[in-house]
Write a protein that binds this ligand. Sequence first.
Ligand SMILES: Nc1nc2c(ncn2[C@@H]2O[C@H](COP(=O)(O)OP(=O)(O)O)[C@@H](O)[C@H]2O)c(=O)[nH]1
Ligand SMILES: [Mg+2]
Length: 307
Amino acid sequence: MIALADIKRSNRGAVARALTLVENEPDKARPMLRKMFPSCGKAAIIGVTGPAGAGKSSLIGKTAIHMASLGMRPAVLAIDPTSHITGGAIMGDRARMAELDEHKIYVRSIASRGSTGAISASLRNCIRVLEFAGYNPIIVESVGAGQTDVDISTIADITVVTFSPNTGDSIQAIKAGLTEIGDIYVVNKSDLSGAGQLFESVKEFITTSSRREGVVALRTSTKRPASTAKLAEHIHRLIKAIRPAKKARYAQSLECELRDIVLNKFRERATSVMSKDNAAYTKCVKSMHDGKTDPHDAAQKILRLCK
Ligand SMILES: Nc1nc2c(ncn2[C@@H]2O[C@H](COP(=O)(O)OP(=O)(O)O)[C@@H](O)[C@H]2O)c(=O)[nH]1
Ligand SMILES: [Mg+2]
C-alpha cells in the first residue's frame, strides 16, 4: 500500500512507487488515481518535443534548475525512447542527477513501448501523481514526429519545439507540421556553427506560417547559462499568462482523455470479438464468404456482439 499522505508530502520513494504502479498495473492504480483526481488540473504542463539528439534532455535539465530558482517546483517525465541510448543527459549523467536532486527536481523516464493509447493514458496519470505530490510545472520530454506518436501538444499547456543545427532534418521537421504546435521554438546548440542560419530559418518560418499568437523563437546552448535562464523566464511568464485560461483548457483536455479511453476500450473490445476463436465471428465471416451476408450487414452483427 502506498500512503497518499506520503505522496502528498513528496516523499520520493512513495512518488516512485505510485508512478510504477500507474505504469505497470494501471487497474490496481485506479483507486489511488480516483482519490487524487479532485485535486488535479491546476499544474502547468510543459511539453518539450523535437528530433532525437536536439538536446532536449540536457536543455530540460538546465532549464528546470533555473525554474527552481524562480520559485517553481518542476518535475520531469521523459517519454523519449532514446534518452537512455544517447547517454540521456537527464537520466544518465550522475553529476546532473545530483544537481537536480539538490534542487528537489523529480526526474523520471516512462515507458515508450506499447500502443499510443496506452502511453498517453499512462502519461496523463503519471502527471496526476506528480501534481498531487506538489510538483508544478510538469515538464514532459517527447520525441516528435513518428517515434513515440504521443501528440504532446494535446496534453501540454505550453509546447516547446526544439531543434539543433546538427540534426540535419530540422527544417524538414519544421515543415512537417511542428510549426502548428509550438508556443516556443528553440534552436539549441547555438554554440555550434550553423545555428545562426537555422535560427533565421526558424524565425522566418514561424512569422510566415504559424497561426498562433505570441510565438517566439529563442537560441539556447546548454553551455551558456544565460540562454537557458532566458528560456526558463519566458516559460515562467507564459505559465502566468495562461493561468486564467487553465480551467477551460483542463476541461477540454479531460474531454479529450475521455474520448481516448472510450475509443481505445472499444477498439480492444472489437479486436477481441473479431478473433478467429470466436464462433459467432467466424460464422459471420463464413456467411459473408458464402455470399449470404454483405459486409455492412456482417458489420452490424459484429457491432451487436461488441456490446
Ligand atoms: N554543443 C552542444 N551540445 C549539446 C547541447 N545540448 C546538448 N548537447 C549534446 O547533444 C547530445 C544529445 O543531447 P540530449 O539532451 O540527450 O538530446 P535529446 O535526444 O534531444 O534529449 C548530448 O551529447 C549532449 O551533451 C548544446 O547546447 N551544445
Ligand atoms: Mg532525451
